[in-house]
Design a protein around this ligand. Structure first.
Ligand SMILES: *Cc1c(COP(=O)(O)O)cnc(C)c1O
Length: 366
């Protein structure tokens, strides 16, 4: 008897290449798109280790935990790193990037996270890209949490290394990811003697053995189940329409923000300005005398399927994350999340207005 997951025919090189082309179409890019067979940390780390080295002067923008990780890899690679840390309740501005270049004109690499699901902010990549291009620096972007929730356009924005994963707004698998690489970025890697080669982290290996060889023979056995899931997820986005998928995420963010405010009880959007709030996930600040992790635990006790989490690390006390992405980018998921949070707050003796919250969420959605 054949098993639906196990007894599959081999995934061909042609099919693998076709899935890469679908990703390229999603990103509207003419750059090389490489599918990387691991969670998005694989291309995120691989790109930094390949493109940065002892001669690199990097501007590392920190708007959440991923920016901190990138700074560590950059330092590890021997780069000189200028960190630009922005409070987690805001976004970085193109003006701040311009000032950083004015202060350190030798910057030749900029790393930025587009949207951070962990902090709920999103950054104006198009405007920042203009500044980066004016100065000729290489532009590295983590678009894992933005792709599918808002436009991600590496060519239009001058992004040289753009990493995506399917597990957030695309509603796809987590074990596979992709990166688009500009000609400039390939040249920078090729010139870097410390770029990984003959290594699982190596993007250059894949360029030489896969892209430059005409994508005819796969260098390794493909992660077949993840590739099939990625293909299915790209096809579903195409069938629904990318604009419709993004609109659902925007509506979910709007509804969550409006609903949380209407709930009263002191729950507030963590990101101050709506324009800085990521469509992929909404973060909320809890009133001082309650612990976010306790509210979330209580809400999940009543409904374990809710897309709720407390903030990571030190943020666990003050931040609730409403991860309204992928299949949870629905009014129903938002309303159930607000109702459960309202009930958890009421159980702690906080006066809340759940009907008002649900009404406000519905109005903001439509
Ligand atoms: C989610 C996310 C990733 C991927 O990390 P996971 O731990 O697999 O979810 C990478 N970068 C950003 C900005 C993310 O939000």
């Amino acid at each position: 008897m054949t098993h639906p997951f196990l007894d599959l025919p081999p995934l061909t090189a042609a099919r693998f290449a076709a899935i890469e082309d679908q990703v390229a179409a999603l990103l509207e890019t003419g750059q090389d798109v490489l599918i990387t067979q691991g969670e998005a940390l694989l291309p995120l780390e691989g790109a930094i280790r390949a493109a940065a080295g002892p001669g690199t002067v990097a501007l590392n923008v920190i708007t959440g935990p991923y920016g901190q990780t990138f700074g560590n890899w950059l330092r590890d690679s021997g780069a000189t790193v200028h960190d630009l840390a922005v409070p987690f309740h805001a976004a970085v501005t193109a003006e701040q990037i311009r000032e950083a270049f004015a202060e350190h004109p030798e910057i030749d690499f900029v790393s930025l996270v587009h949207a951070e699901a962990a902090t709920g902010n999103t950054n104006p990549v198009a405007e920042i890209g203009e500044v980066v291009r004016e100065h000729g620096a290489l532009f590295y972007l983590d678009a894992v949490a933005s792709v599918g929730a808002e436009p991600v356009l590496p060519d239009a924005w001058g992004v040289d290394l753009c990493v995506i994963g399917a597990q957030k707004a695309m509603g796809g698998p987590a074990g596979v990811s992709a990166i688009s690489v500009s000609e400039r970025a390939w040249a920078r890697m090729a010139a870097n003697p410390d770029a990984p080669r003959r290594s699982y982290l190596s993007l250059l290996d894949w360029k030489e053995r896969w892209i430059d060889a005409g994508r005819a023979i796969l260098p390794h056995a493909p992660a077949q189940l993840e590739m099939l899931a990625l293909e299915a997820c790209l096809e579903r986005i195409e069938a629904d329409g990318l604009d419709a998928v993004m609109a659902r995420h925007r509506a979910a963010a709007r509804a969550t923000r409006a609903g949380a405010l209407a709930l009263r009880g002191g729950l507030e959007p963590y990101v101050h300005q709506a324009r800085d709030a990521a469509p992929v996930a909404t973060t909320l600040r809890v009133p001082e005398r309650v612990a976010a992790s306790e509210l979330v635990a209580e809400a999940l006790r009543t409904d374990p399927g809710l897309p709720l989490a407390a903030g990571g690390g030190a943020l666990a006390k003050e931040m609730i994350r409403v991860n309204h992405y992928g299949p949870d980018a629905t009014l129903d998921a938002v309303r159930r999340s607000l109702a459960a949070l309202g009930a958890a707050m009421a159980a702690q003796g906080i006066a809340v207005d759940p009907e008002g919250a649900l009404r406000a969420a519905g109005e903001a959605w439509h």
